[in-house]
Design a protein. Structure first.
Length: 191
């Protein structure tokens, strides 16, 4: 249940910039939320239950993409334009499932960098490959320009994914340590 609540918060974070008429520059809880969701999908192996959870998450994210594209951005919706993104959603959940069953600082950091960097590389490659010649020429210089233009978005994605993942994976550990210290202190004999 917690995993779905986190997924809902990640989806809401994609709407907030539009609700408040602000520019988010790719600062959302999506990457960290997907890593956390994946870590809660199942224990190590891909079972039917994990497949159902992943399918439900993808359905929510696909519906979000459709709504944002059609009603917020007011563009035509083309499934082909989102297939790579949807595969990325699934891959990040699976990364969380495989890497973060036993989270550590190193594993969470690796998950953050892998998810943000893979999205940067894939999404901007698709922008370059699918753009008209006027936007980015289909040359190495055009690809370089596309990636260079996206660096501020990448930076914000890394930061937002790191903040979200640190909160989702770190706060329960911190709470357990505080509870343990409080319990130990209350059991100490008075001198």
């Amino acid at each position: 249940m917690l995993a779905f609540a986190v997924l809902l918060l990640a989806v809401i974070s994609r709407f907030l910039p539009h609700i408040f008429h602000a520019t988010a520059w790719n600062f959302t809880a999506l990457g960290g939320g997907l890593l956390f969701f994946g870590s809660r999908m199942g224990a190590g192996s891909f079972t039917r239950g994990a497949a159902l959870k992943l399918s439900a998450a993808l359905a929510v994210l696909i519906a979000t993409d459709y709504y944002l594209t059609v009603f917020v951005y007011q563009y035509a919706f083309h499934v082909s334009g989102y297939l790579v993104t949807w595969l990325w959603y699934a891959a990040v959940c699976l990364l969380g499932m495989g890497l973060l069953q036993k989270p550590s600082i190193l594993r969470v950091g690796a998950g953050v960098l892998a998810s943000a960097t893979s999205f940067f590389l894939l999404s901007n490659f698709m922008v370059w490959a699918g753009s008209g010649i006027a936007m980015y020429p289909r040359t190495l210089a055009g690809l370089t320009a596309c990636y260079a233009a996206a660096i501020p978005f990448y930076r914000n994605d890394v930061v937002s994914t790191a903040i979200t993942a640190a909160a989702l994976f770190g706060l329960p550990v911190l709470a357990a340590k505080i509870a343990e210290a409080t319990h130990a202190a209350s059991n100490r004999p008075l001198a």
